[in-house]
Every structure is written in C-alpha cells, then in structure tokens.
Write a new protein. Sequence first.
Length: 608
Amino acid sequence: MCGIVGYTGKRPAQGILIQGLTRLEYRGYDSAGIAVQEGDSLAVIHRKGKVASLEHTLSHFDFQGTCGIGHTRWATHGKPSEANAHPHTSCGGHIAVVHNGIIENFAELREELEGRGHVFTSETDTEVVAHLLEEAYQGDLVAALRDACSRIVGAYGLAAVCDMEPGVIAVTRKDSPIVIGQGEDGAYVASDMIAMIDATRDVVILGDGEYARMTASGIEYTDEAGRAIEPRITHVDWDLDLAEKGGYPDFMLKEIHEQPRVIRDTLAGRLVNGALSIDELDLTPEELNLIDRVYVIACGTSYHAGLIAKNLIEGWARIPTECEVASEFRYRNPIITPTTLVVAVSQSGETADTLAAIRDARVKGARVFGITNVVGSPVARESDGVIYTKANKEIAVASTKSFLGQVVSLTLLAMLLAQAKGKLRMNQIRLLFRELADTAEQVERILVECKPSIEEAARACKDARNALFIGRGMGAAISYEGALKLKEISYLHAEAYPAGEMKHGPIALIDEGFPVIAIATKSPVYDKVVSNLQESKARGAMIVAVATEGDEDIKQHADHVIYIPKVRDAFSAITASVPLQLFARAIAVERGCDVDQPRNLAKSVTVE
C-alpha cells in the first residue's frame, strides 16, 4: 500500500516531494516523511498523520537540496507513529530508504544485524533495509541495494539515497509497482504515475529484479547481475483533470457520477459482427468451449463482483463456478486442471493476495484471466489475458466506478463463455448486449431521480449503530457490497445476508427502529423477499427498500422506497448498486466522516 516518490534534478526537491505525496494520499496512509540531500548530509523529516502535517513542519525549513525521496505509510509492522514513519535511516544517518511491500524475513535479519551492533529506532520491517545497505555500501548505492535485496524475502518497491553519492537515487522492485520517468528538469520515481503526471507522460514500469540509478543527467537500468538493460517506455495519455474533483464535493461522488461513462467505455468495441469479442483473452472459441470449471478470485469489493459473476456464468454458460476470497484460495489446494479458467479481479492490479493466488493457479496449470483497472499492473502482466475496466484513475478509497466496471466486464465474460458453449444463440447475445448497454442511461436516471429518496432514507438511518442488508438471488450478492460500502465510509456496522437466512440467526438483532435495507426489485424471488420484509417489519424494523419503479405494493412493507428503472434480473447488480453507494455516502456525510479517505483503509492492498 503506501506511496513512494523521489526526485533528482535541477530544482529543490522538497516541494516536488510534497506535491507527489499529496497526489498519493488517495491510497490511504497513516504517516508521511521525506529525506533530502542537504549539503553533505541527509535531512529527514517525518510525521504521523496527514501530508498536511508534514508540510506544516517543513514550512519552518527551507531545504534547497535537489535530490530526495518521500513516502506515505500504511502500518503493517509497528503502530502508526513518527518513529515508524518512512524514510528510515542507517545507524550513521548516511543512507535513507523508503519501501512499499512487506519483508517476510525481517525478524531474522534484524536479529542478525543487532547482533553485529546495529541499533534500530523503529518497529518496522523496512528499517532492516537501511542497515543492510549500510553494511553493503562501498561507494555504489545500486550495488549495495542489489546486495541487500539478495538477502530479502518478500515483496518490495525500494528507493534509497546516500549522502556520500550526491544526486543519486537507487531504485528496485519485486512484486510492488515502481514507475520512473525523465522530465525536462530531472528524473522522477513513484509507486503511481499520478505523482509525476506534471513532469512527464513517458514512463518506465520497472520489472521485478530490475534496478535503476537515477541522476539529474539521466537514468541507467540494470538487471540483477548488474548488466545494462534497455528500458521499455510506456506513454500514459490520461490527464490530471481525471484526478481532480471536477466541482463535486468529494472524489467518491464524482466517481459515482462517472459510472455511466465507465459502462459505455468498457462495452465499446466488444460486439463485432453480431458476436462478442474479447481478443485480450487469447483463447480460441474451441479452447473456451473446453473450459469446464471457473474460479473467480478476488478480495473485498472485487469479491462481491465475483459473486455476481458466479450467478451469471452458471446461469448462462452452465459452467460450475466458484467465487473465492484470494487470501484463502491458495491455501486450500483447489481442484485445477488445464481446462480450468481462473479469473483474477483486482481494481489496482497489485493486490498481494490476488497475485499470490494467480501464481499458484498458473503453477497448477490453469489459464488465468485478469480484470483490472490499471494498465501494465502486475495482475495484467501475470495473466494470460486481461480486460481493462476503463474506469480511469479512482481516487476515493471506497471503490465505486471500478466495481461497476468489474461487474460489466464479468458480465461480458459470462456472455462470451455462453456463446462459446452454444448456450446462448447469437440473437440472444445481441439482445443481452443491447440491454447491458442500456444500463448506462438507467444509471444516469438513478443519479438524478433517486437523490431525494436516498437522502431521506440516509437521514433516518444516520444515528443507527447497526444495519442489516438482505436480498435473494442476485440481490444477495448486491447486499454484500451495500453493507461493505456502509461500513467502509460511515463506520456504521452493517451485515449482509441472503434474506432467507434471517430466521437462522440475524433476525435476533432486530428491534424497534433497526434499519433493514432490502434489495426488493422485481425478480423471480420477489415474493420471497417481501415475506422476509414482513418478518422484519413485525419485529419493529425500519425498512429501506430498493425497488423497481412502478411497484406500488412495496410501500405497504417499507418505510422508505428507492425506485430504480426496471431491468433484466441479470443486470440488476449494475443498477441496484448505485443507490446503495449513494446511500452509504449520504450517511457518511451526515455523520461527518471523510468519505474519500476512511480510517484504517488503503486504496491498494499490496501486502498479504
């Protein structure tokens, strides 16, 4: 998680580093710091809390050094504190390092280093890198970094500076993203392109085991053996405007309103001559037809998109499908054969648990297909094929538009498998595709028409301590995501259950005024859901129902009704999820919460 920035060039580094760290705030963090080469020493400043606190402290200094590194930390080893904030330094303070990822053997390394007299000042795993560099340094920081990494087990993106090598930043990575760019005024490094977007649009996505020596005059790239390598330049064509609020009060609301565009962009070019086409999958129709088992592996919001995909793939293609939490998948010895398709879903494309599951699946012989929002991300690179969700940069920590892009992408995949298996005829595919495309306009209607009813329901629920989300069939999968959104950004405890499970325990929670949020759209199980609402109402629950427009009967069972356009049940996850996103946000705003950066969360989970 966390965020790395670095600059070496002609300009004072301090302001550039702060600007880069500010751009990385969306990833989630608990502390921030910088190290600048100032004269013949390193000036290291870090603070617990927001980048603004660090910036305030730095306003009392006027560092003129033109080389430095910075970091936003999300705690893994050691509590959030100033002592545990990056950058970390060697005993003599001559070397400073920032790190994303996790060092699995840090305890053994720390014991060894302490046995040789090294003194540690933090609880972090990262600090061992600074001391390893100190031991290995013989005038070449990149060589020292190469030596240190030979002893490290785990995942890392690393950037280091040394006061004995003015103007040099040494960089490497393994399983944690690093991008490097050369601007007119110097060289930049970051864990995310957004941190350097003002300086350059041409970047090098550093590969695992590759190293870079950055100076004001240029960048040299080498492999693990120290041999020079030719970098591959990637051009990024999105603008900084995409990462700005665009007049909305927060990024989350802006990104919710971008969802119609995400649907349209994700579907663009997918229907060719009346048939679905996903060339990126790199499987022939014959190979697709041989698939006899599908696993969807994901975490958090992406997992809920996978639950929706399970319903669709089994319903349309008639292929047994399991949706698995990625962190559990690799430890339970799943049944995998060469005709197994593993679909890895990750917004960031760098989720550590999902990457580990991908590698395990490939070793066992599965074909792996990635669904992600980030071009060139590890999930994209390590999959046999990939669909990009076309959500562009998502800043708010709680995923909205990326989730909807995932659902649309997985819906396309389900249709493609059904097409290859001959379970859906071409005229059915064309009809489904048109209806799927129509959801973009339907979401636009929801964003305009549902605001009053959503805000009214949110005001009624804002002081609750708990809430229950229920649904059946597709509605159950939607409920899980609705409950997660409410927990993430409003800190109101919420659980989601298939409505039929209420009598098996959760109904004990219900008393007078207890909020029950129900997905009660017109579907084959509508009457069953209404029965569950009656059970809840009889026990004093306050019912908020997401229902199909024109359904007047639902008003008899619900205190608040949020009407959405009528759609095929298979596509109800797309439309019904949007009012739940807005409902969660409205409650969070009522409760005075930071909807873009909820506490304890990070945008990109790159540790297991």
